[in-house]
Design a protein around this ligand. Structure first.
Ligand code: CTP
Ligand code: ZN
Length: 154
């Protein structure tokens, strides 16, 4: 019989596991960070049962080690996710996520008059946090937006 604590997606030998992604955010994480364009083998679990969250998404990327900078960018999308480094089948590191100071090339500026919509520049936002509220300020038009209304760059 299948044990409850059995791995739900096959273990990997070397690479990174992004665990505890809020259910339905896994695809967004893949897309925003262009992980689907990588040549590494990637396995995805969506809506997996999770004791802590009810259900979660999970992404395993073989032979790629997510560095602190990328992990911190993930903190903007999936604040409570866990980034694990796997070496020779062992979890060797769990990265501590903190919000990045800046995020570049990921979100689109919600201000339709912003120069980033007409010039081929990479978007760039400064991140700030007041209590639970996370805000992003556009480097170009200097307007601030709440994290919730941000959409990905086309
Ligand atoms: N994992 C993997 N391949 C391995 C080892 C671990 O894919 N060779 C995955 C596990 O399936 C899990 C994540 O890496 O999704 C973290 O592993 P582990 O720390 O062993 O699991 P938990 O203790 O459940 O993690 P947490 O405390 O973060 O919930
Ligand atoms: Zn702008």
């Amino acid at each position: 019989m299948r044990k409850e604590n059995q791995l739900q997606v096959e273990a990997i030998k070397n690479g990174s596991v992004i665990d505890h992604i809020p259910a339905h955010s896994g695809i967004k994480v893949l897309r925003l960070f262009q992980l689907h364009k990588s040549e590494n083998r990637i396995t995805i679990g969506l809506n997996l049962p999770s004791s802590a969250q009810g259900s979660k998404d999970l992404i395993k990327i073989e032979n790629l080690f997510i560095d602190e900078d990328l992990a911190n960018q993930l903190a903007l999308l999936a604040p409570n996710c866990t980034v694990n480094q796997i070496e020779n089948y062992e979890v060797t590191r769990k990265l501590q996520l903190s919000l990045p100071e800046q995020i570049r090339g990921v979100f689109q500026c919600p201000n339709s008059n912003c120069i980033t919509h007409s010039e081929p520049v990479s978007t760039r936002f400064t991140v700030s946090q007041k209590g639970e509220a996370i805000r992003l300020k556009c480097h170009y038009c200097e307007k601030s937006f709440s994290r919730e209304i941000m959409t990905e760059r086309r």
